[in-house]
Design a protein around this ligand. Structure first.
Ligand SMILES: NC(=O)c1ccc[n+]([C@@H]2O[C@H](COP(=O)([O-])OP(=O)(O)OC[C@H]3O[C@@H](n4cnc5c(N)ncnc54)[C@H](OP(=O)(O)O)[C@@H]3O)[C@@H](O)[C@H]2O)c1
Length: 182
């Protein structure tokens, strides 16, 4: 079983602003979809809520294992494709069990910062979209988070003028990193 962490971060490791992503990069959303569809994804309650606010529903075609310390209301508890867990360790265990039952073998940790921080010791692989800008933000990855990982692949994507009316797309790189075996 592989535990992967999937994140987009700017040059200063900023990943969020006002509860949302600080950029709109359609190519990265497609990349994220390719990596995660058909897998169990582990995410914090705030990231889950920001996805539901954006899409009007949880991420489709993935089981969303959401971490929250609060008991869920009935509406949430019954949402299709969503499982609630009370700790990151429980969420990872549930996601692994779901992967095994489905015959797949890659649990995807998809944020936000608090869940990344707690899951990092268990992560084997990082899919990092490095966004080559320095944005204003309020959420970032923990210091030293890439220590102990080595880059195994990289695809550089140039910036674009405009995208679907959402402003310029900054240059970015799709990186894959693996934990260095001791
Ligand atoms: N750039 C990217 O790739 C990326 C990816 C994902 C998210 N983000 C951004 O990151 C930001 C959100 O990150 P965040 O750190 O503020 O929030 P988060 O990690 O998404 O969610 C935090 C919540 O998760 C629950 N939680 C976390 N650890 C827990 C534990 N050990 N036990 C029980 N519950 C736990 C708590 O929910 P309760 O309050 O319900 O107890 C906590 O309030 C947003 O701006 C989002 O857009 C960026």
């Amino acid at each position: 079983m592989i535990t992967s962490l999937i994140v987009a971060a700017d040059e200063n490791d900023v990943i969020g602003r006002d509860g949302d992503l600080p950029w709109h990069i359609p190519g990265d959303l497609r990349h994220f979809k390719r990596l995660t569809q058909g897998h169990a994804v582990v995410l914090g309650r705030l990231t889950h809520e920001s996805i539901v606010a954006r899409l009007g529903r949880p991420l489709p075609r993935r089981t969303n294992v959401v971490v929250s310390g609060s008991p869920r209301g009935e509406a949430d508890a019954g949402a299709e494709g969503v499982r609630w867990e009370r700790s990151v360790a429980d969420a990872l265990a549930t996601a692994e069990a779901l992967e095994r039952a489905a015959g797949t073998d890659e649990v995807c940790v998809i944020g936000g910062a608090s869940v990344y921080r707690q899951a990092l010791p268990f992560v084997d692989r990082i899919h990092l979209t490095r966004v080559h800008v320095r944005v204003r933000g309020d959420t970032r990855m923990p210091a030293g988070w890439l220590d102990g990982f080595t880059e195994t692949s990289r695809v550089d994507v140039p910036g674009e003028g405009e995208s679907e009316g959402d402003g310029p797309v900054p240059p970015h790189s799709f990186l894959r990193l693996e934990r260095v075996q001791a």
